[in-house]
Design a protein around this ligand. Structure first.
Ligand SMILES: [Zn+2]
Length: 164
């Protein structure tokens, strides 16, 4: 599934993921996460009918999520030591590099950066990183040093920080 000149969806460590076809410098926008803005109630309905679809949703603001079904965002995988993060710019969610990403590498972000204090969702993690947290929970459960680093990088959106 080639999606653009710069990204592809390919088999990765855990199923399918987004793979860079060119190098990205830190701070570069990798892509916009497109999708349909849905309510939290809709995401709960996905849990009943299609849990994978529920898991793929990105928190979008205090009351809404972005459902990336059929778009590249549906393949964005988590890492406890990610090379990218989600930044909200106006009404857009952008995937941005936070480290140099060589062509051929999978692009990952930390799901906890989009899980507010009111998000109860958890995921068992086997990302394989040395610092793997084993269970991904909301951003309140992140180690303080990780929160500081992510905030410095601007990859915990204000609407997530506001959920405390
Ligand atoms: Zn992990």
């Amino acid at each position: 599934m080639p999606l653009s000149k710069t990204l592809a969806v390919r088999a990765v460590r855990n199923g399918q993921g987004i793979v860079a076809l060119k190098a990205f410098a830190p701070g570069a926008t990798i892509c916009r996460i497109k999708g349909r803005v849905v309510t939290g109630e809709q995401v709960w309905r996905y849990w009943d009918t299609d849990p994978r679809r529920g898991e793929n949703c990105f928190r979008y603001d205090a009351d809404h999520y972005l459902d990336p079904e059929g778009e590249i965002g549906a393949y964005a995988n988590h890492s406890c030591d990610p090379n990218a993060g989600i930044v909200k710019a106006g009404r857009r969610l952008l995937l941005k590099a936070i480290r140099p990403i060589p062509a051929g590498d999978e692009v990952t972000h930390d799901y906890s950066t989009l899980l507010g204090a009111d998000d109860v969702w958890k995921m068992t993690c086997n990302c394989g990183e040395a610092g793997c947290r084993k269970v991904v929970k909301n951003f309140k459960a992140l180690p303080a040093a990780v929160v500081r680093r992510y905030r410095r990088l601007g990859i915990i959106p204000e609407f997530i920080l506001a959920t405390v």
